[in-house]
Design a protein around this ligand. Structure first.
Ligand code: NAD
Length: 344
């Protein structure tokens, strides 16, 4: 066996901090594309052995321990790091207010890679502290901005080359969660960063640019003075009008993008992906219209979670870069903080 093939059959050990929804239980949601939790995605990768988990919630931890046979469980990460050899991968899936503390502790344990849930931290100051520690210790961190790993979003990134010059991009995120209120900065329970990080991240990734200097309009406040609606307008080198609109008073959840080029259009979001191209019109002689591109065949599964884990394995094998590095996720947070200044 060559050195390379030996390396590419190596098993990487992994441990999970936080066995809640994204850490564990979403893996049982029958409506979601599976794997939909870190546990299921780690267990589903043949190159990974999930050896331990920690959670401060006894029930969550016990349920996890019953499911993942042979793995060890700990009521705190510090107990875990004292007891077992440091795993190759540490995944952090705790609530936002513990991201920094748990990520700094994981960095100090010196694994070969950390997978950190989004958003990086409560704010960019905390996020920069994580970045400084990561750099100092030489421990890389990737952030689970999952759409970067999804086949439909990868197709959209490729298809951008076929829709001519970009005219407008509209990103929308509608939910029932408040968008911003100062009192929620302490635990991150507001959708500007909780969900907005996905919206900014995917646009930055699709364009290979960074959204900055927003003009914010349409700010709507509720009777508690919490922000419930806004639109933020950006210009980037490739697109003169990028608009992000968020609502925190919708009785439904919706996430989507509408990308209009001079030759075509891409509409994609949770549950849909449509690709349109300029074609001779069926309605008017001598005109062109946009028609669905029948040459595009969408995959049955997007692989958003399993591809993320595979990127971690490929990175550790030395054959791929991290597709969602910490540095990019910190830029997302900074864009969201620029939007926030319009609220205060
Ligand atoms: N990438 C995505 O699309 C996605 C989806 C859902 C959640 N998330 C993110 O994942 C994180 C967790 O969200 P969730 O919905 O799973 O929350 P959750 O409350 O269901 O789970 C969090 C778990 O972490 C545990 N915990 C908290 N602090 C801890 C600590 N210091 N040590 C050990 N365990 C600790 C809690 O007891 C709980 O079991 C959040 O940052 C959230 O934004 C990301």
């Amino acid at each position: 066996m060559s050195v390379d093939s030996k390396k590419h059959s190596q098993i990487y050990t992994a441990a999970l901090i936080g066995t809640g929804r994204i850490g564990f239980s979403l893996g049982f949601d029958k409506k979601r594309e599976q794997p939909a939790s870190h546990t299921m995605a780690l267990l589903g990768n043949k190159r990974i052995k999930l050896i331990a988990a920690s959670d401060t919630d006894k029930e969550h931890l016990a349920e996890w321990g019953d499911y993942v046979k042979g793995a060890k469980t700990f009521s705190s990460s510090s107990e875990m790091y004292k007891t077992i050899p440091t795993p190759d991968i540490i995944t952090i899936a705790v609530n936002e207010d513990s991201h920094m503390k748990e990520c700094l502790a994981a960095i100090a344990a010196k694994p070969r890679l950390i997978i950190l849930e989004k958003p990086v931290a409560l704010n960019s100051t905390e996020a920069e502290e994580i970045a400084a520690a990561s750099e100092k210790a030489g421990v890389p961190v990737m952030v689970n901005h999952e759409r970067r790993f999804a086949a439909d979003y990868k197709m959209a990134k490729d298809y951008l080359k076929q829709i001519g010059k970009l005219q407008t991009i509209r990103g929308e995120l509608y939910s029932g969660l408040r968008i911003y209120g100062k009192e929620f900065e302490k635990d991150g329970t507001y959708s500007l960063i909780h969900d907005g990080t996905h919206l900014v991240d995917i646009i930055n990734w699709l364009l290979d640019e960074k959204l900055s200097n927003p003009v914010v309009t349409g700010i709507f406040k509720d009777d508690k003075n919490d922000i419930r609606n806004f639109s933020a307008h950006f210009s980037t080198p490739s697109c003169a009008e990028v608009t992000i609109s968020m609502s925190g008073r919708s009785r439904f959840f919706s996430f989507g993008l509408d990308i209009l080029g001079t030759e075509g259009r891409i509409c994609l979001g949770n549950g849909y992906a449509k690709f349109y191209k300029r074609q001779e019109s069926k309605l008017y002689t001598g005109f062109y219209s946009l028609s669905k591109d029948k040459t595009v065949h969408l995959p049955k599964k997007t692989g958003y979670f399993s591809n993320m884990i595979q990127n971690a394995v490929d990175f550790l094998d030395g054959i791929a870069n991290l597709q969602s590095p910490l540095s990019a996720a910190i830029e997302d947070l900074k864009t969201l903080e620029e939007i926030k200044t319009a609220f205060i």
